[in-house]
Design a protein. Structure first.
Length: 358
């Protein structure tokens, strides 16, 4: 038993190469080549794990323009598979998660007044947070106009159109909470983004994020390259793959102290992700899918889903006078009783709540 556990997570084998671009966190110039990916038909890059800080990134990194086309193509591809009912369930799920997050802050005696969410998606996570803190002032930042328009019209949040890497001086010390859920794995320059979060937060302000366990996320690309010697397909722009300890060290260097930092959903590890060699766990071999086919042609087939908030949140347990019931049901549906240190690099997702000391 012990010998099996010793190999989880399994180490990546690969040659050490001199990279085209330095590591975006530490500036190191060499790293282990884990895989070669094709990001749609837009770019071929190595996936390189830094020899110094253990962050894995695309090398070379995709550009902001490539990101924009690829993200739109991905959105179209994913939405065409989706139904309105399924999407409405997702919104409700995000609401419950936001509610639980708010409750956990409340239990710690924290009451945020001004929150900024980077990459808010549907905005329903914040809607759940607002259910706990009705007075909270909400701002959302995104590069995508449609996302901002939805958040502003549907929820009344204040929208800011901006690339997350670009600092906005007028936001300095403006927020006591910054949220970035499933965002930091997508940004082309993680160091700049975290510096900006630091800038926007007031002293002792909080930063909450979720992100995939990078080791597990890399594993599928590693298998395709290592076992088949083929390029692996990258459609969703995961461009950063975080090592649990590397991410913690990096955030500490940026003056963030962890209040909560853990990995959960260990089911995926049990199924072999991060250590087992199997065809099933491999990323598909690249077909260099046409990004413009989706971004320019198939986009016309998109049904325009529109949602009425009271319909999305019509469940019996969501009621302002019955918040205890909201809590019980949400906890039941989203409890993650088993939590381990992200430094073990097992499990599916990393949860972080950090406090900045300016
Ligand atoms: Zn590095």
């Amino acid at each position: 038993m012990e010998s099996i556990l010793k190999n989880i997570p399994s180490e990546f084998k690969g040659e050490i190469i001199y990279r085209e671009e330095a590591c975006r966190i530490c500036g190191h110039k060499s790293g282990k080549k884990i895989s070669v990916i094709d990001y749609w038909d837009l770019r071929t890059s190595n996936l390189v794990k830094c020899s110094n800080c253990n962050l894995a990134q695309l090398d070379p990194m995709i550009t902001h323009d490539e990101t924009a086309i690829g993200c739109l193509a991905y959105y179209v591809k994913a939405t065409l598979r989706n139904t309105k009912e399924k999407e409405a369930k997702n919104l409700l799920r995000n609401f419950r998660r936001g509610f639980l997050f708010g409750r956990s802050l409340e239990k710690q005696g924290i009451e945020p007044k001004k929150v900024l969410e980077m990459g808010p998606g549907s905005g329903y996570f914040l809607e759940g947070l607002k259910f706990v803190f009705p007075e909270i002032e909400i701002t959302v930042m995104d590069v995508n106009k449609e996302v901002l328009q939805f958040n502003s019209e549907h929820h009344g949040y204040k929208p800011i159109e901006n690339i997350l890497e670009k600092p906005l001086e007028h936001l300095e010390n403006q927020f006591d909470l910054v949220v970035a859920r499933d965002v930091i794995e997508h940004v082309v320059d993680i160091k700049k983004v975290v510096e900006n979060i630091q800038l926007y937060l007031s002293d002792q302000g909080l930063f909450h994020f979720t992100t995939p366990n990078g080791h597990e996320d890399l594993w599928k690309h590693y298998l395709t390259y290592n076992q088949k010697n083929k390029h692996s397909e990258l459609l969703l722009n995961h461009v950063n793959y975080f090592d649990g300890k590397g991410l913690l060290d990096f955030l500490k260097e940026q003056a963030f102290e962890p209040l909560k930092y853990y990995t959960y959903k260990l089911k995926t590890t049990r199924r072999g992700r991060g250590w087992k060699v199997s065809e099933k766990l491999m990323s598909p071999v690249s077909q260099k899918l046409s990004s413009s086919l989706y971004a320019n042609e198939k986009i016309k087939d998109l049904e325009n889903f529109s949602f009425i908030k009271s319909e999305v949140l019509k469940s019996w347990y969501i009621n302002k006078s019955r918040k205890m019931m909201t809590y019980i049901i949400s906890s039941y549906l989203h409890a993650n009783p088993i939590r381990v240190s992200p430094e073990l690099n097992v499990g599916h997702e990393i949860y972080g709540l950090f406090q900045v000391n300016k």
